[in-house]
Design a protein around this ligand. Sequence first.
Ligand code: ZN
Length: 272
Amino acid sequence: MPELPEVEITKQGIEPFLVGQTIEKIVLRNLKLRWPIPKDLCKVLQGLEIRSIKRRAKYILIDCSAGWLIIHLGMSGSLRVLSSFHEAPTKHDHYDLYTANNTIIRYRDPRKFGALIWTASNPYDHRLIKHLGPEPMDEAFNRDFLYQKLRTRSSSIKLQIMNNQVVTGVGNIYANESLFHAGISPTRQAYKVTRPKLELLIVAIKTTLERAIRAGGSSLQDFYLTDGSTGYFQQQYMVYGRAGEPCHKCKAIIRSVAIGQRSSFYCPKCQK
Ligand SMILES: [Zn+2]
């Protein structure tokens, strides 16, 4: 699943191809993603100039001067720049965005949980975005904020850092990895995590995400994908997906436990 680093890399990947360009058209092959795509979107977009591209949580926001496209990659979506004008779409290629200078951005999404939304209003006021917590990289995401948020919450710390109203964009992989780096068990009740530990956790979240973005950025040339691969990048993880294998730090065996129906991985020695 694309997590925040993949979304940020996607944003950085399409940015140079789109900003300052005029939209020629959008070709919609499938109007049923997570929500129906408005049929008249092609008419709406035609001739609009793309001013900038932003990211908020896992949403890519494209400023089209008369309104905004809000894109979410869902469970399996990817956006890529077509390297050939003649590359035939497959059944999972749901839309193509054409610019007047012949760039085509293609959206592929086998599971169809992604979203393509048009809004003529401020996208930050959109119902999907308005109530989101702070960005993990922002200064607003700090120890005192997190302490206030969590001090009455008795569910697990892992569920809380994956809660978009506490902090946005920390998905399963990075929640697992950050908790390892902070030495906190994923099952620990949120209100019991001390302030110094919260400080460590915040640093771990920021550095884990930053490292992933850097790793993805170094493979940005792959943004021209011709082989149909998803555009996600593989990384080395400390605990994620490593149940039964030895901890890289202490050699204890990594365990897994289901929390909120998601697999959690942790080292029973390093994380308390
Ligand atoms: Zn360990």
